[in-house]
Design a binder for this molecule. Structure first.
Ligand code: NAD
Length: 414
């Protein structure tokens, strides 16, 4: 009889709001056991240590001295992430790093190299990668029921209600700025949904009168003439937060509500084969919405209505593609709406940590890996530079060479 491997001992560095959230989210996760927490603020460290019955330490260095810390979760403000992740990997630990992986592309690249060299697991907490709706959409695109998007839009009326003037969020030296601190989630989600690495970016930043930059927008070009537009405006009360993610698939459109996506609505024109495939979707709901480590609450729903011959049978044409698509489909993928956001958020974090446990135990590549973290930071840094300089910027490749896959108008003539 083989006994189960010992649970992975997890040490958390950064006992603020989100560090506590991560520990709460992974409570009871099979194969994992919190073993210590650390924060230079002794009050915060003590409170969290007591909650989990583990020692409260003052620094990452103290965590790394402990043999029962096999993995480190990093939840400090962003500017410390790269150095901490690199140090933990170098000390032979697996790493769960809060987003962003780093505040600079150079820092993110150093972490990615160290993860490779050390042969340790590294997961970046890009929670959208572990969201059942985004996973389902990736599946539907992969199987061809939805065409690959030619356009991605994310409009984010975000809340600044808890972000007082002295908060580190507003200081690029600590946060990296809005594109880096928050934008990385969506640069990465776009990369996953579009299935390609970004090429170049144009961007704008807007400063509130007499205050910090609180609104940024970026147009990111992907291969094949695919455009991803991102807007983040940290200017709202909690109750006025609204987000829309929109994918244009040509003959179909997807609209997703919530920055933690909780409901997706698809509108599609299709032929008879497509209509029949869509009608089978509700029966596939469980598999479609499955994410390892994410526990459904039971209220998830997939519903589909097909209106046959809603349009003419004459050929329809867009971007040079001609199809006969008389039937109209409306599909709703629902995780329970806004009321389920806390559940979906917590479970997405749990699934991300479960991914770390799996890779630490079995090897392989996590979903939100170092390449995802590095690419998101690279496009965020390029967007920041584009906004400041007012010029289009290439997104550097993984190896640091800019322009290896530059769009034609930015390629150097020989
Ligand atoms: N994935 C997500 O959805 C999500 C959501 C919110 C926050 N975050 C990320 O989590 C991280 C923390 O955010 P927060 O809101 O908890 O911030 P916070 O300010 O509430 O907490 C940060 C904590 O880190 C501690 N700290 C600072 N420097 C440290 C050091 N050198 N060593 C050890 N501890 C140190 C601080 O004392 C503080 O307790 C940020 O990177 C943020 O972007 C991620």
């Amino acid at each position: 009889m083989t006994s189960a491997p010992a649970p992975l001992g997890l040490g958390l560095v950064g006992c603020g709001g989100f560090g506590a959230y991560v520990l709460d989210a992974v409570a009871g996760l099979p194969g994992l056991r919190p073993t210590a927490v650390a924060d230079p603020d002794p009050v915060r460290a003590k409170a969290l240590g007591e909650r989990y019955g583990v020692p409260a330490l003052g620094s990452l260095e103290e965590l790394l001295e402990r043999e029962d810390v096999a993995a480190v979760a990093i939840a400090t403000p962003p500017a410390a992430h790269a150095a901490m992740a690199t140090a933990a990997l170098r000390a032979g630990r697996h790493v769960f790093c809060e987003k962003p992986l780093a505040t600079t592309t150079e820092g993110a690249r150093a972490v990615a190299r160290e993860a490779e060299r050390a042969g340790r697991a590294l997961v970046v907490d890009h929670v959208l990668r572990y969201n059942p709706l985004l996973r389902a959409l990736q599946g539907l695109i992969g199987e061809g029921l939805l065409a690959s998007p030619r356009r991605f839009l994310f409009e984010n009326d975000a809340s600044d209600q808890d972000l007082g003037p002295g908060h580190w969020f507003w200081d690029p030296a600590h946060s990296g700025g809005i594109f880096v601190e928050h934008g990385v989630h969506f640069f990465d989600a776009a990369r996953a949904l579009l299935g390609s690495d970004p090429l170049s970016v144009r961007a704008t930043e807007v400063r509130r009168p007499g205050g910090p930059v609180d609104m940024v927008s970026a147009d990111v070009l992907h291969p094949g003439g695919v455009l991803a537009s991102h807007l983040h405006s940290f200017t709202h009360a909690h109750r006025c937060e609204r987000q829309l993610m929109r994918l244009d698939h040509g003959f179909a459109e997807t609209r997703i509500d919530g920055w933690i996506p909780v409901r997706a609505e698809i509108s599609a024109w299709t032929d008879e084969n497509g209509a029949e495939a869509w009608e089978k979707l509700p029966a596939r709901a469980e598999a479609l919405l499955h994410v390892d480590g994410f526990r459904p609450h039971g209220g998830e729903r997939v519903s589909v209505t097909v209106e046959r011959d809603a349009g003419a049978r004459a050929p329809a044409r867009g971007r040079g593609e001609t199809r006969v698509v008389p039937h109209h489909v409306r599909a709703v993928l629902d995780l329970g709406g806004e009321a389920r956001k806390p559940h979906v958020y917590t479970e997405s974090v749990r699934a991300a940590v479960a991914d770390l446990v799996r890779v630490a135990r079995d090897g392989g590549t996590p979903v939100a890996d170092a390449v995802a973290g590095l690419t998101a930071v690279a496009v965020a840094e390029a967007a920041t530079l584009a906004a400041v300089t007012g010029t289009e910027q290439l997104v550097p490749g993984l190896d640091g060479t800019p322009g290896t896959s530059a769009p034609p108008h930015l390629q150097e003539s020989s």
